[in-house]
Design a protein around this ligand. Structure first.
Ligand SMILES: [Zn+2]
Length: 165
């Protein structure tokens, strides 16, 4: 009797496993599919992150190149106060007589730009289109300034008076 019951239980267990097998298989398939979908989604996310990082790296490299260029550029210039008190940037080759001295606007440089200063007609002023003019190394020989100087000297001591002596 006991042997029969044990036999029956064993039989049902076998039958149960046999009936359950397809469901277990389907469950594994479902889990595998879900894992696969998650991996695909994760992969897409990683690819997006990677692309964003590459873009950020490129932007940083461009910025670094710009900063390096500006630093190199600043090395070409030195701060200089002209004879008439203008503060400008002057090319460092100022002592080399074979090369022309170039002046740049210090305010433009501080703002991240570069403006080469041009002498006005009498070479008395260095002119920036944005920041106005500063006195150059040369005296102001403009007609107005000459007149001002004459007025200051007075009528007796002007060039005419000197010539009479
Ligand atoms: Zn300027």
């Amino acid at each position: 009797m006991i042997g029969l019951i044990t036999g029956l239980i064993a039989g049902f267990q076998k039958l149960g496993r046999w009936l359950l097998a397809p469901f277990l298989w389907m469950r594994s398939m479902f889990l595998l599919k879900r894992t696969n979908a998650l991996l695909i989604a994760e992969n897409a996310l990683l690819r997006e992150e990677n692309a964003a990082l590459k873009a950020a790296l490129l932007a940083l490299k461009a910025e670094l190149a710009q900063i390096t260029e500006r630093l190199d550029d600043r090395k070409r210039w030195e701060e200089y106060t002209t004879v008439r008190g203008g503060v400008v940037l002057r090319s460092k080759n100022a002592d080399d007589p074979t090369r022309p001295v170039i002046y740049a606007c210090i305010n433009c440089s501080r703002a991240g730009g570069e403006t080469i200063l041009q002498h006005d007609r009498y070479r008395a002023w260095l002119v920036c289109k944005d920041h106005g003019k500063v006195g150059s190394d040369e005296p102001d020989r403009s007609a107005e300034n000459m007149q001002k100087m004459m007025d200051r000297l007075g009528p007796e001591r002007g060039p005419g008076g000197r010539m009479r002596r």
